[in-house]
Design a protein around this ligand. Sequence first.
Ligand code: GCW
Length: 724
Amino acid sequence: MRFQLAILLLISFNANAQAEDGYDLWLRYQPISDQALLRDYRDAVSAVLVEGQSATLSAAREELRMALGGLLGRDVPLVEVVEAAVKDRLLVAGTSAPGGLIASLNLANDLKAVGEEGFLIRSMKIGGKRRVVIAANKDIGVLHGVFQFLRLLQTHQPIGSLSIVTAPRIRHRVLDHWDNLDGTVERGYAGFSLWDWHKLPDYLPPRYKDYARANASIGINGTVLTNVNANAVSLTPEYLKKAAALAEVFRPYGIRVYLTARFSAPIEIGNLKTADPLDPGVAAWWKEKADEIYRYIPDFGGFLVKANSEGQPGPQQYGRSHADGANLLADALSPHGGIVMWRAFVYDDKVPDDRAKQAYNEFKPLDGSFRPNVLVQVKNGPIDFQPREPFHPLFGAMPATPLMMEFQITQEYLGFATHLVYLAPLFKETLDSDTFAKGPGSRVARVIDGSLHGHQLTAIAGVANTGSDRNWCGSVFAQSNWYAFGRLAWDHTLSAEAIAGEWIRMTFSNDPLLVEKVSSIMMASREVAVDYMTPLGLHHLMARDHHYGPGPWVSGGPRADWTSVYYHRADSNAVGFDRSASGSNAVGQYFPPVAQLFGSLEKCPEKYLLWFHHVKWDHRMQSGRTLWEELCRGYQRGVSAVRAMQASWRSLRGRVDAERYEQIDAFLRIQESEARWWRDACILYFQTFSKKDIPKEVDPPSETLDYFRSVVKRYVPGTARPIR
Ligand code: GCW
C-alpha cells in the first residue's frame, strides 16, 4: 500500500515536473482558472469549423483541438459543416475558397490587406448567430490567425468584439542556426544542435514539429539550418536528403528551409580546380547544384553566405567582388525563386582602417550591382552584436539594394543563457534609430521593411538560441528573445513591453502581480547588462575566443581587431575609440544630422560616448561627475540592479511552479556573481590607467586585478571550433 502510494506520488511529482520544464515554451495552454472568463470563452467557442483540406489546415485543427482542450478544460467539437453546430457559438476559420462559409461573408476587400501570410479575426453575426471568424487568403494565414486567436485566450483578452487585420511587414522572417554537422552549435548555450543529422532522414522526433509550431506561432517563416561558417558537405546528396526531411516536417507550418553555401564548395565537393565566380564551369556547377537541391526541396528558400570574413572563402580570393559572388549564386537560384542572403559582416586586420568602417567601405560602392534576388544581410551594429552598438551605417546607405537585418538572439556577448537579458529593447533601439537617409523619419525599420526605398524583397534574421536542452534555449527567459524576435519580425511597431506582457502571460501566468514584476525585470534587464559589462559606449571587452566573462586586458594574439585594447584604447589620459572626424571618422559614414550628433563630444548621447570618442578621465559628464566616476557608478548600478531583479523574483515564490522558479533563481545568482566579476575586473583594470580612487558608493573589489587576469575558463560552451 505504502509502496503504491510512493509510486503514485512519484508519478504525480514527475508529471508536474514534466509539465513545467519549459519544453512547451509559450504554447502551454494551461486551463483558464478565472471562471467568468472561462464561461465567456466556452460560450464563444463551443464548436470549431476549419474549412478546407490541406496539411496546414490539419495543423490548424490539431492546434485548436489541443489548445482549446487545455485552455477551456474540455474537448471542443471540430465540425465539418456549419449546420451541425448551427445552434452553437462557432469559431470559423479558413480561406475564401469558393463554396465555403467564409466565401459567403464578402471579406474579399478586407482580405486584400492581409497578403499571403496575414489574416483577419472578426466577431460577426452570421445568420443571426455570433461567430468568431478567422479568415485569410492562404492556408498559412489561417494557421497564423489561429495562433493569434489562441494568444488572445492565453493572455485573457476579451473576444466579444474582435476586429484584427494584420500582415507581416517583412517578407522573410528567418532564424539563422549556427549549427554544425557534428551537432555542436557555434555560440549556442542550450546544448547541442536540434538537428540530429546522424539519424536524419529516417528518424523525425516530435521535437521537429514542435519547433515548427513554435516558429509558426510567432510568424517566423524560414530557417537556415546550418552555420555560416559553412561546411560544403551539407550540400552533398546525402545531407540534402536529411535537410529535405526537415523541410517536409516544417512545410505545413509555412517554414522554408535555407542552407549556408560554402563558397569553395565547387572545389571541395565538386572536384573543380577553382571557385572563381566568373568561371563558367563554376557557374554551371552552382546551377546544377541548385537544380539538384530543388529536386529534393521544391520550396527551398535559398542560400545564406559568409564570404571573405574570419577565414571563410569568398570571391575576393579570385580578385572578384562580393557582388560577383552573390550574383553567381543568385543566378543559380533564380529559376527556382530562391534568394541569396549575402552577409556584410566583413572585416580584415590587414586593412589599416577602423573595423567599424570596413563593411560600409566594402559594400556601399556595390550598391545597385546585385541581382534582384539578393539581399545584403547587415548586423544591427558595425562591430558584432555587442550589448550596445549604434545602428550600422549601411542602413540607409544602399538605396538600390535590399538590406536585411541580422540580430543575434543567442547571447554570445550577453552572459550566455544564464543571464536574464530581454532583447526586445535592443532590437527596438536599432529598428527605431533614424538614419536620416531621406530626411527625418528614415528609421532603420523602414529600410528593412522596404518602405523607405521601395523594395519588395525584404527580410530579417535572428541568430537562433535554440538547442537540445529540454527548455530549448538554455533558460526560460532566453525563450522570450526567440519570441520577441518573431513578433517584431512580423510587426516592428509592437512595443517591447507589449511583447513582454504577452510572453509572460503565456509562459508563466496572467497573475497581475507576476505580470507587473516580471515585466519590470525584463524591461530593465538589457540596460542592466550594459551597465555591468560595457557602460557608456564601451564595447568588445570580453574574454578571448569563448567570450565568457570580462577580458578588458586582452591584447596581442593573432589579430589586433580581436583584442579589447583595440576597442577601448585606454591610456593614462583618456579612454574610448575616437571615431570622430579627428579620429577614424567612422561618424562620416552616417548621414549628416547623425554624423554631427555622434561626432560631437558635447552632443553625443552618453550611451555611445566611448564608442565614438576618446574621453578624458576627468571629463565632466551631464551629471556633473567625472567620466571615471560615472564609469564606476555604471558598473555598480548594474550589479545593484541584478540584486533588485533577484529580490523581485524571490517575491514571486509560490506564484510560479517550483521547477522553473528554482532554476531562474539559481541563474539569477549566477548573473549576480558574474555581474560583480565584470564590475570588479573592469574597474580594477581601468583604474591602472585613470589612477583614481574607486568612488565610495561602489563596492570594493573582492579580488585583485592579478586574480581576475589569471582566471582561465575551460570547455566553455559554444566556442568556435574547426568545422571540417
Ligand atoms: O560574433 C562573431 C562570432 C563568430 C561568428 C561570427 C559571424 C559564426 O564570434 O562565432 O561566426 O561573429 O557572425 O560570422
